[in-house]
Design a protein around this ligand. Structure first.
Ligand code: ZN
Length: 271
């Protein structure tokens, strides 16, 4: 089995000094690839270093909507330059992200968020990179902006919208990220989406150290090794077996993040 955690923040303080063990625990549970998105200029170098020091990790670069207040236009220029350097040096950069809009958290100027989001959509187009989206309380606005750019698709991480919004994103070439939230039996809306959306549109993620699955105590950070149990939950929700979930969601992740596929030989993925 070959599972991919398409979204985890291994550079978070919760994992400090323990990242190697954390990756080893994940690999022992067949989570053989982890994508680490950045959130602002401050952590660009740490996600790059982590991915370079571990063959089971890849990264994305971008400015998260909740970090726009501490970002500047210089950071966007740095992002552009860094993408070129990473591509030239064949670093495992697989997407632009995480980027998006978050209208749920108050106090972050929406116009400023839109500026950083659309600038980065432009950068994604210029570099033909898929995007990893963070969207909260703003799906319709995000979809409106996505329509303006000839993008290579991407992943709507921690998707929590309606069936209709899911279909619009799928039509725009996006996969939807599902993780710990669907492991709570009372999460009817997300579980019903996980059950009814085409399996071809779903990718798995932990969002570690956040979005703890139901069995992880509040005092323990979520980590990528939990992805196998999350995959099992999806298998139960859909009435199929876990190896089918692993095969299809991994295929989906490699299809939407083609640079990730290049980091492994096809035979490794088949194992
Ligand atoms: Zn995230």
């Amino acid at each position: 089995m070959f599972l991919i955690d398409t979204h985890c923040h291994l550079d978070a303080p919760e994992f400090k000094g323990n990242q190697k063990e954390c990756v080893e625990r994940a690999v022992a549970k067949e989570v053989k690839m982890m994508v680490i998105p950045s959130v602002c200029e401050d952590n660009f170098s740490s996600v790059i270093e982590l991915s370079q020091s571990n063959r089971h990790c890849a990264f994305a670069l971008g400015i998260h909507p909740l970090y726009v207040n501490q970002s500047s236009v210089d950071d966007l220029n740095h992002l552009k330059d860094l993408i070129l350097v990473c591509q030239k040096e064949a670093k495992p950069l697989v997407a632009l992200g995480e980027i998006g809009l978050d209208y749920y958290v108050k106090g972050i100027d929406q116009q400023k968020q839109v500026f950083y989001f659309t600038q980065q959509l432009e950068i994604a187009c210029q570099n033909q990179l898929p995007v990893i989206l963070h969207v909260r309380g703003a799906i319709d606005d995000v979809i409106k902006h996505l329509r303006q750019y000839p993008l290579n698709g991407g992943i709507a991480h921690a998707f929590n919208g309606s069936l209709q919004q899911a279909k619009q994103l799928i039509d725009l070439g996006f996969k939807l990220g599902f993780g710990g939230a669907m492991t709570y039996t009372r999460a009817h809306k997300i579980r019903s989406l996980a059950k009814t959306l085409p399996l071809e549109s779903i990718v798995l993620e932990t969002d570690a150290p956040d979005i703890r699955p139901s069995w992880v105590p509040k005092t323990t950070p979520n980590e990528p090794s939990n992805l196998k149990e999350i995959a099992k939950n999806l298998a139960v929700i859909r009435g199929i077996n876990i190896s089918q979930v692993a095969d299809i969601t991994t295929k989906n992740a490699l299809e939407i993040l083609p640079l990730l596929a290049k980091l492994f030989t096809p035979s490794e993925v088949l194992l």
